[in-house]
Design a protein around this ligand. Sequence first.
Ligand code: HAM
Length: 423
Amino acid sequence: MKYTVPRGTKDILPTEIGDWQYVENIARSIFDLYHFEEIRTPIFESSSLFNRVIGEESDIVQKEMYTFTDKGGRDLSLRPEGTAPVARAYISNNIGRTGTHNKLYYMGPMFRYERPQAGRYRQFHQIGLESIGSEHPFSDAEVIALCYRLFTAIGLKNVKIYINSVGSETCRPVIEARLKQFLSSNLTKLSENLQKKYKNNPLKLLDSKDKDLQTYLSGLPDLRTALSQKSKDHFNMVLEYLDSLQIPFEYKPTLVRGLDYYTETVFEVVSDDLGAQNSICGGGRYNNLIKNIGGPSVPAVGFAFGLERIMLLLQQQNIDVPKSKELIYVAPLGNNHAMASIKIAESLRSLGINTVLEYGRFELNPHIKRANKLNATHMVLLGDQESESGTVQVKNMDKRTQDTVSVSDLKSYFSELKVSNHV
Ligand code: HAM
């Protein structure tokens, strides 16, 4: 039997991993800049957590969860997103006990049973953050600014930030009523599915791709007028902060998110270079989520982006991912030099320099071939002549130069190189 990778998943190979680590490292360093700290939660949680947080009516809960019963009869699901687990962990560990603002980030696989296509997987990877404990509009602006800084640092081009407000739980029924009233004369012309949305979650109609519905929606009055004064003020302050930080964004009144927990600000980062799955990042404020699952009443805002889509953009936009630093290839030119070569390799490693030594290869040409294949920056060659004089040949693979270096000076030769590589 031939085993294949499960549909909608992929292996991330050593040839690709440099791109992943590049993005992960930039994300970590930017999270540090804003003092976000990492949290790691389990890959599965009780199904009821997701049902409650994401919403019984949502596509994710209705169709996309990997749900199973464990041997103890527990109803569990692989996490389809990171916000619910982080909120659960925040409560379980009483993270907010000191009453401070908690800034958490996470990275890892998420699972949704969706129809696979370019940029859409059943196991995909998110990097996300949750800023828990502040209602201040600056908190919304800060996470959007961080997000913008992150994508800029990665080198992404032509990304757009769309932003909208869905209001608080008190303005939501008003917005929904306005929308329903506006569409009521065309209701019977809508498909059964859209009519169901009209009834259960009318805001979801706003971003529907249905052509007829889009026509009916044209001329929809600005729904911001349905927001309470408090929500309007909050949204306007977020926009003002973003303006003053010179973060480019576009107000998009039809922006609603696929998850039900949002209140007030919602945002999305998209790229036209991605085709149908053009959303790189989604997020927003969720002031009631933690209270709704039995925690304290704490406001929060966050976002998550999909790594697979960022990888596609790195390729599509030809973004230059810096190659890893030096790699020294130690090449014994004869079995009798193997022991000395191992010692050299170990002494280089003790300097923190990445070093590779291949066994069973003692001729120059195969060594050079292999060193090139591994993208080694230098070769250290040790043959009879060198052995007699207590030296080695150091070949710089880029510059195509070669130095004779005494074994006792090798450490200082490469420590200088290491210093210059790291500045
Ligand atoms: P989301 O919009 O469902 O939000 O997902 C965020 C990002 O994950 C998307 O923009 C996309 O890049 C990526 N993504 C989602 N589904 C897939 C898939 N099937 N294949 C590949 N990539 C995918 C959330 O998950 C919220 N928890 C974000 C958040 C955090 N809101 C507040 N805090």
